[in-house]
Design a binder for this molecule. Structure first.
Ligand code: ZN
Length: 326
């Protein structure tokens, strides 16, 4: 198998779909760690759209959506190229974990990666150099995974620039009822690399929890196809839906409202609820049912993310709030 360093767009035949298994690193048993890359190159020249999933290993929607989109693409009817990696953090996926069990790293915090670093840093580096760098649009398919709970949404780069305007255009055509605008993005993400490269980007979230709901599968599949239509890779108008919640905020879930006590977490609000500063959001209880901590909203906002996993340790994120677009 070729090493991913040898992958070039020009190596892809036109009007053809290609499945590539690309070596990234050597594992301790001497076997290669491989990424599967699904590439569809149209008959005519055009933009390159990159679609990623499995940057977190326990977020399965995109892993199933990418082969579905690949099956639906007809390269004879396409302009440009679609490059899709259904499972980016392979070791995390194998462990059914958010982060890699090998080096403990969260792949969404290590971009642009390091070719001489640990496994996660190496995968990130080569994804950046050989895949993301080609993109005229980056779509990173996430969901809440096993530990969190997030409504189906599309997030995008909200910025007065060519990349920002294109990101917004794609996000509003995606078909999600919740759209989340991000004026800033924290370092280490695929989308922060895209921002640095001047590349438009969107990403998704969904409730997750280790299963794939049919409605999220359908939304993401149609959303990727809609994005390809906006970019001119596919003909036709996007099949979109009205936006019901247009939200605005930083989107850094690392800055969630965290638990002070360990215990059993019970939420007292729902996703997309509007809360005021001081409202009770939930409780952490001990196994006897005694309340160890009551969690209050530190500021007004919309509940965009909450913990899904009931067991919490001190410091675990419980809630994230964001604002509405005025
Ligand atoms: Zn994720």
């Amino acid at each position: 198998m070729p090493h991913i360093r040898d992958f070039t767009l020009d190596s892809l035949p036109t009007a053809t779909k290609t499945v590539l298994d690309l070596d990234v690193a050597t594992m301790p048993d001497g076997q290669p760690l491989r990424l599967t890359l699904l590439a569809a190159r149209g008959r005519e020249a055009g933009p390159t759209v990159v679609v990623l999933a499995g940057v977190h290993g326990d977020e399965y929607e995109g892993m199933l959506v990418i082969p579905e989109v690949f099956a639906r693409l007809d390269p004879a009817q396409m302009r440009g190229t679609v490059l899709m990696v259904p499972i980016c953090n392979v070791p995390a996926y194998q462990g059914a974990l958010r982060s890699s069990p090998i080096d403990g790293l969260n792949m969404a915090r290590v971009f642009p990666g390091d070719p001489n670093g640990t496994i996660t840093q190496r995968i990130a580096y080569w994804l950046g150099e050989r895949v993301i760098r080609h993109a005229h649009l980056l779509i990173d398919l996430h969901s809440a995974g096993l530990a969190y709970h997030i409504p189906p949404l599309v997030g995008y780069y909200h910025h007065d620039s060519a990349a920002g305007r294109r990101s917004q255009e794609v996000a509003l055509a995606f078909g999600a009822e919740v759209v989340w605008a991000h004026p800033d993005v924290a370092a280490g993400r695929t989308v922060s690399l895209a921002t640095d490269l001047g590349t438009p980007w969107i990403y998704t979230e969904a409730p997750g929890a280790g299963r794939v709901r049919p409605e999220d599968f359908a939304l993401f599949t149609q959303g990727v196809l809609n994005s390809l239509k906006v970019m001119g890779v596919l003909d036709g108008a996007p099949e979109t839906r009205p936006v019901r919640h247009y939200l605005l905020g930083a989107g850094d879930l690392d800055k969630s409202i965290a638990a002070n006590a360990g215990g059993l977490f019970v939420s007292q609000v729902g996703l997309l609820d509007e809360v005021k500063a001081g409202d009770v959001l939930g409780e952490v209880r001990d196994p006897a049912g005694r309340v160890l901590e009551t969690v209050y909203a530190p500021s007004p906002g919309v509940v965009i993310s909450m913990r899904g996993l009931v067991r919490v340790f001190p410091g675990d994120g419980l809630f994230a709030l964001t604002g509405r677009m005025e």
